[in-house]
Ligand binder design. Structure first.
Ligand code: HEC
Ligand code: HEC
Ligand code: HEC
Ligand code: HEC
Length: 375
């Protein structure tokens, strides 16, 4: 009797534990037999779908009539839009960034030309930054591109930003620094601050020794843990596992990696560029309440746009309905002409030249031999 009760309790426990396991779908993303699979759980996919819902773009309006530059007093970026296009853009910006507050979030009404509010100065710089991302970082954002909503999601402060962790004096409790990294699992691997080292500074993300004996430049266990922490953070930002980019038998090898790794490589450079050339300089105009514990301003990383999904908005173009977020009308026309010329010459690479700062693109296995990674 006792053994029967024990067996029943045992079986119930096993069932209870199994019920806690999630069913996953496995998708092959590399050559057969290389173990390159990505696991998706239905719950994660459902969550990704919710994050990828985009607001319906306002309907397009007439490009004719006097321009905003002619009509208004202080329009420095969007001057070549028609008055109607300009109004459509203002309403969209309000919906993307401050729907609960409205036009007053940036404007000292009734004087719309005034730059008295820091938010308006910030928004103008953000317009330029968004154009920079969509024109100069096509190597990463491709034709999907970004709008203000990609980062802001209807909030003045994007839901995912990061701050540097203030240096902890030796011998102090380090628990607090753990808690300040954007995800707890990324924090588990290092006491240091991988975001500052890799996404603000350009410390090399290279830890694998390629010789049997340690003959080359020395890499410490600390360096390895920092790299691992960044990689976990990247994986969590995209909702994928390491195999989404690497073949885990040789993490360092580009010719065994899949194409998303090259996109990620550009993504790292883009994030460094945005933080150094836009967000750090701009943080000077932010109020103290926006600053982090070390007195630095908010910065972007992979999750700022991705929010746990491997392609923001599942790759639906965000800029098709908003060409003004790519450049002036003349710049957009020139980009389209260059892309068309490149397409007819059958050299698509020319349509998206590597940014000047980027070294030669890493080569990866050609897409043609890969099974699509989309579930
Ligand atoms: C997130 C900030 C933000 C919000 C919200 C916003 N605007 Fe603007 N607005 C700007 C910026 C930035 C400019 C300047 C654009 C430029 O320099 O190209 C501007 C310029 C203007 C101008 C031109 C004023 C002049 O004479 O120079 C008008 C008019 C205007 N906005 C109306 C609106 C209205 C109406 C709303 C609400 C539907 C609105 N804005 C919401 C940021 C904002
Ligand atoms: C790549 C991500 C990204 C994009 C795209 C982006 N922003 Fe931002 N924005 C940020 C970050 C990060 C901050 C700093 C947050 C803060 O101010 O605390 C910020 C701050 C702002 C602020 C100041 C908010 C405040 O209350 O402090 C305004 C206004 C703003 N953005 C407007 C815009 C507009 C308008 C666009 C589109 C033209 C845009 N942003 C596109 C990331 C982005
Ligand atoms: C979204 C793509 C992506 C994911 C997911 C990813 N990585 Fe990486 N990984 C990269 C890129 C890109 C580099 C090269 C970075 C550079 O050189 O700037 C890299 C570099 C590395 C390196 C250094 C290789 C060397 O040359 O020394 C290691 C080790 C590594 N990753 C391990 C991991 C682990 C472990 C995971 C899972 C926790 C992971 N990666 C997830 C893209 C990814
Ligand atoms: C400014 C917004 C933004 C930021 C920041 C950003 N990404 Fe992306 N990323 C995008 C967009 C948009 C796409 C979709 C491009 C496309 O259509 O293929 C994308 C695509 C990707 C892809 C390709 C996915 C696939 O299946 O082809 C990878 C991998 C990726 N990003 C990794 C990263 C990593 C790693 C970081 C941080 C170092 C990062 N991204 C930061 C906007 C961003």
């Amino acid at each position: 009797m006792i053994s029967f009760v024990r067996a029943t309790i045992g079986a119930t426990l096993v069932l209870a534990l199994l019920a806690g396991c999630e069913r996953t779908h496995v998708q092959q993303i590399g050559y057969r037999g290389t173990g390159m699979n990505t696991n998706y759980s239905p719950a994660t996919l459902a969550a990704q779908e919710a994050v990828n819902k985009q607001p319906k773009p306002l309907r397009t309006v007439s490009p004719d009539g006097p321009t905003a530059g002619e009509e208004y007093q202080n329009v420095q970026v969007l001057g070549d839009l028609s008055k109607a296009e300009f109004a459509r853009m203002m309403i969209s910006i309000k919906n993307w960034v401050a729907p609960d507050i409205g036009c007053d979030f940036c404007h000292a009404a009734p004087d719309y030309a005034s730059d008295a509010k820091y938010t308006k100065v910030m928004a103008r710089a953000m317009l330029k930054m968004t154009r920079h991302i969509n024109s100069d970082w096509k190597t990463h954002v491709k034709a999907t591109g970004v709008t203000c909503y990609t980062c802001h999601r209807g909030k003045p402060v994007p839901p995912k930003v990061w701050f540097s962790i203030p240096q902890i004096p030796a011998g102090m409790m380090v628990r607090k620094s753990f808690e300040r990294l954007p995800t707890p699992s990324a924090a588990k691997t290092t006491l240091n601050d991988p975001l500052t080292n890799f996404l603000l500074h350009d410390d090399p993300i290279r830890v694998v020794g390629l010789t049997a004996l340690p003959t080359g430049p020395h890499k410490s266990i600390g360096d390895t843990r920092m790299t691992n922490s960044l990689m976990i953070l990247m994986s969590e930002s995209l909702g994928v596992n390491c195999n989404y980019c690497h073949n885990s038998r040789a993490f360092y090898k580009w010719d065994e990696s899949v194409p998303p790794r090259a996109t990620a490589w550009y993504g790292i450079r883009m994030v460094r560029d945005l933080n150094n050339s836009v967000l750090v300089p701009l943080s000077g105009i932010l109020p103290k309440s926006r600053m982090g514990p070390g007195g630095d301003g908010p910065k972007v990383y992979c999750a700022t746009c991705h929010l746990g999904t491997f392609k923001p908005f599942a790759g639906v173009s965000q800029i098709a309905a908003f060409p003004a977020l790519v450049g002036t009308k003349a710049e957009v026309a020139a980009q389209a002409a260059a892309a068309a010329a490149a397409a007819s010459a059958n050299t698509p690479a020319a349509a998206s030249p590597a940014p000047a700062a980027a070294p030669a693109a890493p080569t990866v296995v050609s897409t043609a031999t890969q099974v699509s990674a989309k579930p």
